[in-house]
Structures are given as C-alpha cells and as structure tokens.
Ligand binder design. Structure first.
Ligand SMILES: *[C@@H]1O[C@H](CO)[C@@H](O)[C@H](O)[C@H]1NC(C)=O
Ligand SMILES: *[C@@H]1O[C@H](CO)[C@@H](O)[C@H](O)[C@H]1NC(C)=O
Length: 372
C-alpha cells in the first residue's frame, strides 16, 4: 500500500463509518480485495486501553501493533476494538492485520495535536501538501504495508487516510474536505516516483462535503486508472464529481467510471478540469501535460444543483472519450446555469440540460453507447 494515494476524508477528526461489509452486498469489496479471517485475535483492551473517551490510548495501540508486527502469527492477526470510545493519537498499521471495530466501537483521534508526529513528506509529493517541509502524520497510517483490512460491525473511525488497489464500500463520510480523493503524486516528484493509483472501487457511499464528493486529482502525476465509483449519494456538497489535473502534473487519468449517483443541493454537479491546483515549487515541468481519456459518467440524478457541469480540457491536450450518459441535473431557480465546455471531445446521451456542443449527441459514439 502507498500512503495518501487515496485520501479518505483528509480533514481528519470526522466520522467515517464502516458497517460490516460482509453482511450485506451482492457485490462486495471481497471481490476486489480478498477478505480473510485471522485465527489470531487480540483485543485493544488487553493492552491497557480504556474506552471511556477520555483516556489517551496511543501507547496501547502502538503496543498492540508492535505485537502483531513482531510476533508474526501465521495468517496474520485481528486487532479487535470492543464497544467504547477509544481516544488515541495517530498510529501506524502493519502488514497482515485486520483492524476490526465491533458494534459501537469508536476510534477517536485526539484533538490535541501538540504531540502529533511530523513525518517526512511523501516521496511522490516532495514536500508537505499545505506547507513546505514535513507534514502531519495521517491519523491511521500505513506505509508500504500489504494484507491489511479495516472492517467491523458498523464501528466508527473519527479521522482516517490510505492507498492503491483498494475498495471502499458502505461508508458514510462527512468531512471538511473531499469525501474520497484519488491521487498519485505531485508534479516532478510524482512523475519521478511514478506510482499509479489503479484498480480502485468505491461503492455505496453517502456523504456531504463543502469540497467534492468523488474527487480524482488534482495531484495525479503517477497516473490514475481503472476507477469505478457507483451508488453514490451526495447532499450539501460543493462539487459532486470532480476530476481535476493541471499542466506540470504529467501522468494520466483514464478508464474512470462513475455511475448511479444521486445529488441534492450541490453547487456544481460535474466538473472535469485541467487547470486546478498549485505546484510544489518552481521546478515543475511546464511541458509535463497530463492526458485525460475515457471517463464515463452515467445515471446521475441531481436536484437543486446550481450549475450542471463544466468540462475544461487543456488546449495542448484535449480531454478525449468523455462520455456523459443519462445525466439529469436540475437547478434551483434563477441561479441555475447550464453546461460549459472547452478542449474536450466525447459524447453526451440523454443529458439534461443539453450539454455543450463539443460533446456529440448521437449514438454513433461507440465508446459511449450501451452506457445506459
Ligand atoms: C451504522 O451507524 C450509523 C451511524 O452511527 C447508523 O445511522 C446506521 O443505521 C448504522 N447501521 C447499521 C446497519 O447498524
Ligand atoms: C477499466 O476499469 C475497470 C475497473 O473499473 C476494469 O474492470 C476494466 O478492466 C478496465 N478496462 C481496461 C480496458 O483496462
């Protein structure tokens, strides 16, 4: 796993709920990331943790994970979190473990960041995202780890981040930032690091955010492909679906499908843009122009949308094979604006209000037909 390739509600300290994904679904994460049962089970309570919402349990979490790492059990270990509010500072997961939150279990990030560890920037970022130099460690972090499962019986993680070849499903997220953001490195650092975010499934997600619901980018210098997001419910959100990159990023965004999306009270329904975000420093390569190819957005129903959507490609690298199919975004009164497009080719079938003329509205657009 590569930390930060997928950011789940990056503004920590907000609830991220994981209902038991094995119980429900027709299709589940288990198809994407194999679920495993661990024979070795330990409880955080055995390490002196107290689930009273007041005791700081950073040390018990570290001890428990140290035990998993160093007393390697065949088949890995499950760390069970019983019902209770388990306050803790940040900690790192290790390979071959399951973090299992029992019903009524809440892992809560301490608000006291004075002792929050600062760590080196990700190699794919070159510097801290918000500031030069170091960055705050993620609440629950994993660096080059494999075979890790976070699941449970609808427990809550108050603040979280993560990686590639991932599946996120049955989650309710509410954050001060994007609900789910898929990224893969920042300009020259991301290009040099060269690790794509690939094979990511996001399913049955509900939430609201002042920023974006489903976001890809803008830091996609390692490339992003084979993304499927489906059955998404968004309300009170800035941008419903936001795919963004910038000159200097290099890399690519391709084979992305977002489908079966409901939106309510969203500022802009769909935005795909090639001029978003800043640069880590002045050494980025102005000729590192990203490509965006093969983005399908289908079966979208939105009410109370201020602006339907905009697609703004890059002049020297127009976005190609952009497919909008069965997308209905209804506005709220006078503030409502229709689509805007530039430097893009593709098709739009069954889109209301009718999108820009750049997108063909005939079924002859093979890549977009059958998208219903
Ligand atoms: C899971 O928890 C959320 C919020 O705590 C609640 O709204 C939801 O009904 C719960 N789901 C189940 C299956 O218990
Ligand atoms: C596109 O991505 C999907 C996952 O969303 C994957 O199943 C499919 O094989 C990919 N297609 C290609 C041509 O790589």
């Amino acid at each position: 796993m590569v930390p930060f390739q997928v950011w789940i509600g990056v503004a920590a300290l907000f609830p991220l709920l994981f209902p038991c994904s094995l119980a429900v679904s027709e299709v589940s994460c288990a198809d994407v990331v194999p679920m495993k049962w661990r024979r070795d089970v330990i409880s955080i309570a055995d390490f002196g943790a107290v689930g009273d919402g007041k005791t700081l349990n950073t040390w018990p979490f570290k001890k428990a994970i140290y035990r998993i790492q160093h007393m390697r059990k065949r088949g890995g270990t499950m760390l069970y979190i019983p019902p209770g509010v388990w306050l803790t500072g940040s900690f790192s997961l290790t390979s071959h473990m399951t973090l299992f939150l029992g019903r009524g279990a809440i892992i809560k990030a301490t608000q006291d960041t004075t002792n929050w560890p600062l760590v080196d920037p990700l190699p794919s970022y070159g510097r801290g995202r918000e500031l030069p130099g170091k960055r705050y460690m993620s609440f629950i972090q994993g660096d080059s780890i494999t075979d890790v499962i976070i699941t449970g019986e609808n427990g809550t993680i108050d603040g979280q981040d993560s990686s590639s070849n991932v599946c996120i499903e049955d989650a309710h997220i509410s954050t001060g930032d994007d609900l789910v953001a898929i990224k893969s490195g920042w300009d020259e650092y991301g290009i040099a690091y060269g690790r794509p975010s690939s094979g990511i499934t996001i399913r049955r997600l509900t939430g609201s955010s002042p920023f974006s619901g489903i976001a890809i980018g803008s830091e996609t210098s390692g490339g992003v492909d084979n993304i499927l997001a489906e059955n998404i419910n968004l309300y009170d959100t800035g941008f419903g679906i936001h795919i963004k990159t910038n000159v200097g990023r290099g890399g690519y965004i391709r084979n992305v499908t977002v489908m079966n999306v409901n939106m309510n009270k969203v500022r802009q329904g769909i935005r795909i843009a090639g001029d978003v975000g800043d640069h880590p420093d002045e050494y980025f390569n102005r000729y590192a122009v990203p490509t965006v190819d093969g983005v399908t957005i289908k079966n979208v129903w939105g009410l109370d949308i201020q602006q339907a959507g905009s697609i703004q490609g890059i002049r020297s690298s127009p976005f190609t094979r952009i497919c909008l199919s069965n997308v209905k975004l209804w506005g709220a009164g006078a503030r409502y604006e229709s689509w805007r497009c530039m430097d893009v080719t593709g098709a739009a079938l069954g889109v209301q209000p009718g999108p820009c003329s750049e997108l063909a509205n005939t079924v002859s657009a093979g890549f977009c037909s059958g998208a219903f």
